[in-house]
Ligand binder design. Structure first.
Ligand code: KG4
Ligand code: ZN
Length: 338
């Protein structure tokens, strides 16, 4: 069976085809460059670009794997969370295709996609495991009992980790999305030259995240620095990254110990950060905890993870298009049932 995945939750337009026997056949991603000059995603422009790119990407995907639309068993699309205008484009194209082909349509939770992108790799965790979801809009610790059964142990009560990295990197003159560029800059920094706070780590039972205080601290700190000096910018990048990485580690270890779990899956765009991976791997190993992460293309937004969730949610009892409603929810939570 072939599952087509359509991802349009933010600024990446992506189309993938997943074969339930052979795995991912293609995973095409078009990253919209237009937002970098604005220093962040402009929702209206993102939606317009999805509209422009989605059909060419579908055509390209099928052409690449020498398949036709008529070979597709079902279509899975990102129904949330994400930016509403962008979600609408993916939902509409997916429903229109499924309707015209008379095949099932499967709405997918984007964060469930991130959490399970690890299952597209050879080295997979076994249930139960704890997921650390770190993306532009989310910072969450998720107890994963099995596919479809999750408990959010902690979440960001304000800015998410990716959002914080992107905002500070903009102030350091780096282009959007900043996480990756901040990492490149931080390599030139001297560790511990500056030390920034590790937010919300004192209350021993707390598994939530709050990065807005750290963000404000760094903004105020930056005002007193000479940003024309490259070394100063690099030292700030390094200090911010270290503060974020250590905070993520402290909270993750706390959750793993509390629930007596020895596997941590990191997922979402920020999980592609090499410094974070090395730090977590080293620290968790000492605690006999195994760390799992995906290759970069599966960390950031992609449709392969959406197609994969589609295959897991698919019921072979239904082989036709059934219109319940065109489901989108910009605030969709992992604990919500679609
Ligand atoms: O998961 P994702 O692609 O999109 C959302 O669902 O939000 O995550 C995007 C976030 C951005 O904030 C970006 O700056 C961050 O992931 N990111 C990184 C790296 N690559 C992307 N952060 C740190 N280091 C990276 N190498
Ligand atoms: Zn994402």
């Amino acid at each position: 069976m072939l599952f087509m995945g359509i991802e349009t939750s933010c600024d990446d337009t992506s189309v993938a085809v997943y074969d339930n026997n052979l795995g991912v056949l293609c995973n095409n991603i078009y990253t919209q460059k237009i937002h970098s000059k604005y220093g962040g995603v402009v929702p209206e422009l993102a939606a317009r670009n999805h509209l422009k790119k989605i059909i060419p990407l579908i055509k390209k995907s099928l052409f690449k794997i020498k398949k036709n639309l008529s070979d597709i068993t079902a279509i899975a699309y990102t129904s949330g969370p994400g930016q509403i205008n962008s979600l609408i484009i993916g939902a509409m194209i997916s429903h229109t295709l499924a309707f015209s082909l008379n095949i099932p349509i499967i709405p997918v939770n984007h964060m469930e996609g991130h959490l399970f992108s690890i299952m597209l790799q050879k080295n997979k965790p076994i249930y139960p495991f704890i997921g650390l979801l770190i993306s532009g809009g989310h910072t969450q610790l998720v107890y994963t009992y099995k596919f479809g059964e999750y408990k959010i142990l902690g979440t960001n009560i304000d800015d998410a980790v990716g959002e914080t990295l992107d905002k500070i990197s903009k102030l350091l003159g780096l282009s959007y999305p900043g996480g990756k560029n901040l990492f490149k800059l931080s390599k030139y920094g001297t560790p511990k030259k500056f030390v920034f706070p590790r937010p919300m780590i004192l209350k021993k039972n707390n598994l939530n995240f709050s990065f807005s205080g750290l963000k404000t601290f760094v903004i105020n700190f930056i005002k007193k620095q000479n940003l024309k000096n490259f070394k100063v910018r690099a030292d700030i990048a390094c200090a911010l990254e270290d503060a974020v990485i250590e905070t993520l580690y402290i909270k993750s270890l706390r959750a793993l110990k509390k629930y007596n779990i020895n596997q941590l899956v990191i997922a979402g765009g920020v999980s592609s950060n090499i410094k974070l991976r090395i730090f977590l791997h080293k620290k968790l190993k000492k605690n006999n905890i195994k760390l799992f992460y995906s290759k970069k293309k599966l960390c950031t937004d992609n449709a392969a993870m959406i197609a994969y969730i589609g295959s897991k949610s698919f019921s072979s009892k239904n082989k036709k298009y059934i219109l319940k409603n065109i489901y989108i929810n910009s605030k969709l939570s992992l604990e919500d049932k679609i």
